[in-house]
Design a protein around this ligand. Structure first.
Ligand code: 5GP
Ligand code: ZN
Length: 140
């Protein structure tokens, strides 16, 4: 997707309207069009990056600060007692908008939203083998 046709770039430039929640030099936050709960907010860098892997590490402080600030505001505004921060990379992971974004989803006790279905390793050795495999794939 080229940046000219990227909907989130067009939102960041003001060419497409949004329900803006927060903005600073490098970050924009606006309500998701199809909220899991009202107040569900998307946080994006104003610069186009396709996914997390393209985001420079220098963006981390601005992102973290925005996520914390907006998370608190979303809880206050909605009466939520918690929130999820979620970020999808790639079609297999559920990414549908290819301008990186972080979801802030307000949560309520007993709101019935499904948690991840989690399993087990067959044994401790299998778990250690997987840990070693991932570690060996880390770029030096
Ligand atoms: P993803 O599945 O890529 O992690 O999330 C994309 C999110 O963007 C979805 O939750 C979807 O509802 C939201 N979305 C898609 N198009 C628009 C739009 O034009 N405006 C807003 N505000 N949200 C959008
Ligand atoms: Zn974009």
């Amino acid at each position: 997707m080229s940046e000219e046709k990227c909907i989130f770039c067009l939102i960041a430039s003001g060419d497409i309207p949004c329900a803006k929640v927060y903005e600073d030099e490098s970050v924009l936050a606006f309500l998701d069009l199809s909220p899991v709960h009202p107040g569900h907010t998307l946080v994006i860098p104003k610069v186009h990056y396709k996914d997390l892997l393209e985001v420079p590490c220098e963006f981390a402080p601005a992102l973290l600060s925005a996520l914390k600030k907006i998370g608190v505001a979303v809880m206050k505004a909605t009466g939520a007692t918690g929130f999820n921060v979620m970020q999808n990379n790639g079609v297999s992971a559920g990414q549908t908008m290819f301008h990186v974004h972080w979801h802030i989803i307000p949560r309520f006790d007993g709101d019935g939203l499904g948690a991840w279905e989690q399993g087990n390793y067959p044994d401790a050795a299998a778990m250690q083998t997987m840990a070693a495999k991932v570690a060996s794939c880390l770029e030096k």
